[in-house]
Design a protein around this ligand. Structure first.
Ligand code: ADP
Ligand code: MG
Length: 700
């Protein structure tokens, strides 16, 4: 057995109780697990600070001095232990709020200590709560003069004797146990050489106890690469394997497509649309099932690309379907696609839960008979009674992907191969993220807006500008425009949020009184039928203002709406703000987005708002979001464990990621089964650990 597979309870200093804590709190079970939980930061123990030089913002410091006093003060829950440390420049108060009894016995007044902790300031007086204390022993100090690792911990671990110092001690005893042969190289020697990486063994030692800054950098570099490389290798393998799934071969680009292109298409396609269409055409003609994600900002013209892809399927004798997440959206697609195809001999059907009775029966019969070419609807399309004669291409809009169950339903609808799948999403994702989240898919990007589109003018306003904003709204309404006013609504504060919206609505009613003005209200707590009714009134221009929570976020198209007012902007995430703004700017008129916020803002909120004001580009915004919030918080990625990196950071390590992906692709091109001797280390490691690296985003 490899030493690394040893149960953690066998490690010196751990034992069954602590092992259980490590299992439970950190999922650390074996030596391997422990070795691969890396410090999230380091304490510089090569330097001592002087007490006289400390300032409010000194942060974490190491000091050396004599303990001068130690006494318990206060009563009951306020009880605490207070000590004083003195060096040749001054005196600092030390405070412990718990563990006083035990500490009082351990510590000795008059002795010299090396202490470590964070400087705290209360009314100008500096102190250090809960310092780490170690007797100052010259031998020890010399040995400890390194960067001491700090590991991610939990309250529980800290209180059960697995505090920072203890964790370090355990790591030390682990590293004493591990020999180079226990952690064999997992990268090909030629790569280690080329990138001048330290060996895996050295890197793992250094990442826990680096002696110098350079050594730490080198270790980090290698381990980041390693992590990203194996993930990319795995994703690319999955993608190659999927390439083996047979699919319908649409060889022809025939009459419907050409007729539409030459006679019907009301505008010139943008360069990006043409490119993407070419990518899709190639996919459809390879005899392999297509799994493509189409990313494009709101208004970039994804629908027409979807439609033209469907025409290719139709030209090859197949049926197609288009699914949208809501009834209103599906209806909008149905209307616009029917308009586009007017005068062509193609039949478009609409299906949702609300299509019932005879209408439904007739539709389903026509579908099964192959008389319907394009079926548009909600996910009701996936239900068992819906039978196609020959479904060749399925498109979904405004959704990241199908769930597993939906995928199974879809595949059942088509014989002998699964239908080709195109997923259209208006949530731009930064490149590094896409390479990881969708690393096993084909991704197309429409990164160009149709010409002549006016940039949405975005401004930031606070409460004292309220009257001016109202005045502006009146002006726009007088010009015949419509306006959205959006309020945040989150589950945790739902009651307050709804009240907030209600207050806002009433205030607006005073400023925009009936009968001159009409206001719609839509929020997530309303019955779907009531929501639809209100939406419909707005669509039909019966109301001028739509007050809403984020329910309008998903895709509604009201070209006449040209002003988006967002309330409590600071409470929205960047990608949400961008999606909301995308609701306007759909018509020929100049559109506006007004970001209302309180006067006092955190730095992050300020930066978010500044980003919105600066750019309309969804990809720029997504990059900023990634920088500000980190990959784990980007919308749509939370559930996916794939982003729980041990050491890599997608917001920062884009270049390493790019290299890792290229290297992985080259290796698979040259030696798909990793059979060459130089690739044996890779194959061995992948076999042992690769299962944990799952392709997350299989969309069909
Ligand atoms: P989205 O990508 O948000 O789904 P749509 O497909 O709804 O965008 O397109 C938005 C609008 O732009 C539609 O009114 C569509 O007709 C128009 N459009 C699409 N492509 C072009 C183009 N190449 N030139 C001009 N207008 C276009
Ligand atoms: Mg769309």
């Amino acid at each position: 057995m490899n030493t690394l597979d040893t149960d953690i309870s066998y490690l010196k200093g751990v034992g069954p109780k602590k092992a259980e804590m490590l299992n439970k709190e950190l999922s650390i079970f074996t030596f391997h697990d422990l070795l691969h939980q890396f410090p999230h930061r380091y304490i510089d123990k090569t330097q001592f600070h002087k007490i006289g030089m400390l300032r409010e913002d000194s942060g974490e410091v190491q000091l050396r001095g004599v303990l001068r006093r130690l006494s318990s003060v206060g009563q009951g829950r306020k009880k605490r232990l207070v000590g004083r440390l003195r060096d040749d420049t001054g005196m600092l108060e030390l405070v412990w709020f718990s563990g006083a009894h035990w500490l009082e016995k351990q510590l000795e007044v008059g002795k010299e200590y090396v202490i470590y902790g964070r400087i705290n300031s209360f009314k100008g007086k500096l102190s250090m709560p809960h310092p780490e204390m170690e007797e100052a022993n010259p031998e020890k100090i010399k040995k400890a003069a390194t960067f001491a690792p700090v590991y991610p911990s939990t309250e529980k671990l800290n209180s059960k004797g697995l505090d920072a110092r203890n964790r370090r001690r355990i790591m030390k005893s682990l590293l004493e146990k591990i020999k180079p042969a226990d952690v064999p190289e997992n990268l090909p020697a030629y790569l280690v050489q080329k990138f001048r990486f330290p060996s895996r063994y050295d890197a793992l030692r250094s990442i826990h106890f680096p002696k110098t800054e350079q050594e730490l950098q080198a270790a980090r570099n290698r381990l980041k690469f390693e992590e990203l490389f194996f993930l990319q290798l795995r994703l690319l393998q999955i993608r190659r394997r999927r390439d083996a799934i047979k699919g319908f071969n649409f060889e022809r680009v025939g009459e419907a497509f050409m007729h539409f292109y030459n006679e019907k298409l009301p505008f010139e396609l943008t360069g990006a649309q043409k490119r993407v269409l070419k990518e899709i055409r190639r996919d459809l003609g390879r005899g392999v099932q297509m799994n493509r994600l189409l990313q494009g900002d709101v208004g970039s013209g994804k629908t027409i690309v979807g439609l033209m892809s469907m025409l290719i399927a139709i030209d090859n004798g197949f049926q197609t379907c288009l699914m949208a997440p809501t009834e209103i959206l599906a209806q909008q697609h149905y209307n616009s696609i029917s308009d586009y195809l007017e005068g062509m001999d193609l039949r478009v059907g609409f299906l949702s839960g609300s299509v019932k009775g005879k209408k439904r029966r007739e539709l389903l019969a026509a579908l099964e008979a192959g008389e319907i070419h394009i079926l548009i609807g909600t996910h009701a399309l996936l239900e068992p009674p819906v039978v196609f004669k020959n479904l060749g291409l399925a498109i979904t809009d405004e959704q990241h992907r199908f769930g597993v169950a939906q995928r199974a339903k879809l595949w059942k609808k088509s014989q002998p191969y699964p239908p080709h799948v195109l997923v259209m999403t208006a949530t731009p994702i930064p490149r590094t993220l896409a390479m990881t989240l969708y690393g096993d898919l084909d991704v197309s990007v429409i990164d160009e807006l149709p010409p002549g589109r006016k940039e949405i003018k975005t401004v930031h306003k606070t409460e004292n500008n309220r009257m001016r904003v109202i005045g502006f709204m009146r002006q726009e309404i007088a010009k015949g425009r419509q306006i959205y006013v959006v309020y945040p609504l989150i589950e945790e504060s739902e009651k307050l949020d709804l009240q907030n919206l209600q207050d806002g609505y009433e205030a607006l009613q005073r400023e925009f009184p009936m009968p001159e003005y009409q206001i719609s209200v839509v929020h997530g707590r309303m019955k779907p039928a009531d929501k639809d009714y209100e939406m419909q009134r707005f669509l039909e221009k019966k109301t001028q203002i739509m007050v809403a929570t984020t329910v309008i976020e998903v895709g509604v198209n009201v070209p006449n709406a040209s002003v988006m007012v967002i309330e409590n902007t600071e409470r929205f995430g960047l990608s949400q703000l961008h999606q909301l703004r995308g609701r306007v700017g759909r018509g020929a008129e100049q559109s506006y987005c007004i970001l209302m916020s309180s006067f006092k803002l955190s730095n992050e909120s300020k930066e978010r708002i500044a980003t919105m004001v600066r750019t309309n580009n969804g990809f720029d915004i997504a990059e900023a979001d990634l920088r500000l919030r980190g990959p784990g918080n980007i919308e749509g990625t939370q559930q996916s464990g794939i982003l729980n990196f041990r050491i890599a950071d997608l917001a920062r390590d884009g270049r390493i990621l790019q290299t890792a992906r290229e290297v992985a692709a080259r290796i698979l091109d040259d030696d798909a089964k990793l059979e060459r001797p130089e690739h044996h280390p890779v194959r061995w490691y992948l076999e042992k650990h690769g299962k944990k690296l799952k392709g997350w985003s299989r969309i069909s």
